[in-house]
Design a protein around this ligand. Structure first.
Ligand code: PPS
Length: 314
């Protein structure tokens, strides 16, 4: 565990461990320690192509949930079995690199799609007009809480098992966490949200109306996928809804993540909106609201998750 004095804390702060990558523009991009160095360099050089479906998110904003939904739609509602890891069929680009992504597609290519997960900002994400991108955002307060638990939960990457929320909060607010700054990531994708090949969704909307969200994704993947959802008394739609629910995804968690010790929170932890209220002090909430207002114009967010935060722009 690295120790460093943080200006916002009165005592010595315990920092998670990260691998630092230098980008061409001179900035530094943090990745979890232990992720292959080559995977990151190679992932950035991936050339996107037709039939690529990217699920692009900042971490902890609903990536795995959306990956499951896409997978279920393409597989007509058939869930991932307990012996298969999602990452082996829907790989994480900047973790494993471009060759791995191409090999996975070659081996599991029965649907003709390359399924790709990424947490990269828009400007680093391999882009093609012919590929499809589903971007999921989540309010930064719940994201921060979820990322805190994630960072504690993988000691081999972060060595932060005993880290405190007030320590993690400072890192998150300053963008000093892996996969970069939440606010910069969302800012990089927002200007592209109206492109035909980008579907922009929020965790909160998906949570309040999963049926509607799933149908939006099906339509985005293609008219045949949308139409098939309704056949046979909505058999496929019902199966996608069932198998992408929190309770279904809490079963067989090894499908989503490496093993965790029983004293750590599970990967599919709560899957709720508003858990931040159990963690944030008034001061932390005010500081996060200020950061949101500085980072995004009100009409830019357009109610994506601002209602949940009761965030005033006046
Ligand atoms: S990661 O590590 O970046 O891929 O994590 P990610 O999948 O983006 O986010 C994990 C959070 O998503 C919640 N989750 C779900 N919510 C609702 N429904 C379903 N089916 C679902 N599956 C995962 C998961 O519980 C994490 O949120 P928190 O708030 O920690 O519970």
């Amino acid at each position: 565990m690295v120790e460093k004095q943080n200006k916002n804390l009165t005592r010595t702060t315990l920092l998670p461990t990260y691998t630092r990558h230098k980008l061409e523009n001179g900035s530094t991009y943090l990745m979890p320690k232990g992720f292959p160095i080559d995977g990151f360099e190679s992932g950035l050089r991936y050339v996107a192509r037709e039939n690529d479906v990217f699920v692009a998110t900042y971490p902890k904003c609903g990536t795995t949930w959306m990956q499951s939904i896409v997978y279920l739609i393409l597989r007509n509602g058939e869930p991932i079995t307990s012996d298969i890891k999602l990452s082996s069929i829907f790989p994480h680009l900047e973790e494993v690199g471009k060759e791995f992504v191409a090999n996975v597609a070659a081996m599991t290519n029965d649907s003709n799609y390359r399924l790709i997960k990424t947490h990269l900002p828009f400007d680093l994400t391999p882009f093609s007009e012919k590929s499809k991108y589903i971007y999921v955002t989540r309010n930064p307060k719940d994201c921060c809480v979820s990322f805190f638990h994630h960072t504690r939960g993988f000691p081999k990457h972060y060595d932060f098992a005993s880290g405190k929320f007030e320590e993690y909060f400072e890192l998150f607010l300053d963008g000093n966490v892996d996969f970069g700054d939440y606010f910069k990531n969302l800012s990089s994708w927002l200007p592209h949200k109206s492109r035909n090949n980008i579907l922009f969704m929020s965790y909160e909307d998906l949570k309040s109306n999963p049926r509607n969200g799933i149908l939006q994704v099906a339509k985005f993947l293609g008219e045949t996928h949308y139409t098939k959802m309704f056949a046979n008394d909505e058999r496929i739609l019902k199966a996608v809804l069932l198998h992408s629910s929190v309770s279904s995804m809490q079963k067989d968690p090894q499908r989503w993540s490496s093993a965790r010790s029983p004293d750590q929170t599970p990967f599919v932890r709560k899957g709720t909106v508003g858990d931040w209220k159990n963690y944030f002090t008034k001061d932390q909430s005010d500081r996060m609201n200020k950061k949101i207002r500085e980072s995004f114009a009100e009409d830019e967010l357009n109610g994506l998750w601002t209602n949940e935060l009761v965030l005033s722009y006046e």
